[in-house]
Design a protein around this ligand. Structure first.
Ligand SMILES: Nc1ncnc2c1ncn2[C@@H]1O[C@H](COP(=O)(O)OP(=O)(O)OP(=O)(O)O)[C@@H](O)[C@H]1O
Length: 249
């Protein structure tokens, strides 16, 4: 049996008196796209914030590639190979697209380590095309003049370029147009085919069905189902599990 790339065991999280995660177990394998679904307040964001080091958990264990890790900051998570793309991913509005893509990890050249602006612009142009921005936006354009969807595409292009082993996308298709949405879904498939693991959270269940290999449903801080396949379950079946309707039947 192969070791899962991510294994969360018995994760508990209290925010004061609110019991947000109740013994959550989650496994994600290499080359797998897992869709994380659940109603508002089910615990999805908390679970991925725990895995991205943004929120401390109360108890439980996290293993990456079979080794237990302590994720006490987002830098710990990035070092462990976890890159998270949030709906409102932090970009610097005054800086250009290319500078935002390489923020903190700029390309340099020559013995003096001068910024290689030409190469950064070239890579940025190629990435923008790959995430579905087909209209001609120069990489020198400041982020402040882009639409919400275009900004999202820039954040995705950044994770794509840095090639993280585990990519978490929290509502990545929110506010995106049709071409941009297809760009994101293609990116997720590409990443999976190259052996990355992806966790995909989206309220649009149709987008989830188009791209995931397996669905995990959370309800009230617990995993209600973790082996749903878009090939064998219908959207209605999954919606019933999300709302708990199947229990009433
Ligand atoms: N910072 C916080 N402080 C206190 N309670 C919180 C905090 N963040 C989330 N919660 C609570 O934890 C529970 C789980 O919330 P969480 O945001 O993880 O759910 P979610 O499934 O991501 O919901 P949504 O789809 O609405 O984003 C909810 O009861 C929520 O009110």
């Amino acid at each position: 049996m192969t070791t899962p790339i991510v294994e969360m065991r018995g994760i508990e999280k209290f925010y004061g008196r609110i019991h947000a995660l109740r013994g959550v177990n989650l496994q994600v394998n290499r080359g797998e796209i897992v869709g994380l679904l659940g109603d508002n307040g089910a615990g999805k964001s908390t679970l991925i914030k725990v895995l991205s080091g943004a929120v401390p958990y109360t108890s439980g264990q996290i293993l990456i590639n079979g080794k237990e890790v302590a994720l006490t900051s987002t830098n710990d998570a990035i070092d462990a190979g976890v890159e998270t793309i949030y709906q409102d991913s932090a970009l610097v509005p005054q800086l250009s697209i290319a500078r935002n893509l390489f923020l903190g990890r700029e390309l340099t050249r020559g013995p003096l380590g001068r910024l290689d602006q030409g190469e950064m612009n070239r890579v940025a142009t190629d990435l923008l095309r790959r995430v579905g921005i087909t209209k001609n936006i120069p990489p020198t354009t400041p982020i402040s003049s882009l639409s919400g969807g275009e900004r999202q595409a820039v954040a995705i292009a950044r994770a794509m370029y840095f090639d993280s082993e585990i990519i978490i996308l929290d509502e990545p298709t929110n506010n995106l147009g049709v071409a941009e949405t297809q760009g994101v879904l293609n990116f997720v498939r590409d990443a999976r085919d190259k052996g990355h693991a992806c966790i995909f959270i989206a309220h649009n269940i149709h987008h989830v069905f188009q791209v995931v290999d397996r669905m995990v449903v959370m309800r009230r801080g617990e995993v209600a189902a973790d082996d749903l396949s878009p090939k064998t379950s219908s959207i209605q079946d999954v919606e019933n599990i999300i709302t708990g309707e199947h229990l009433a039947a």
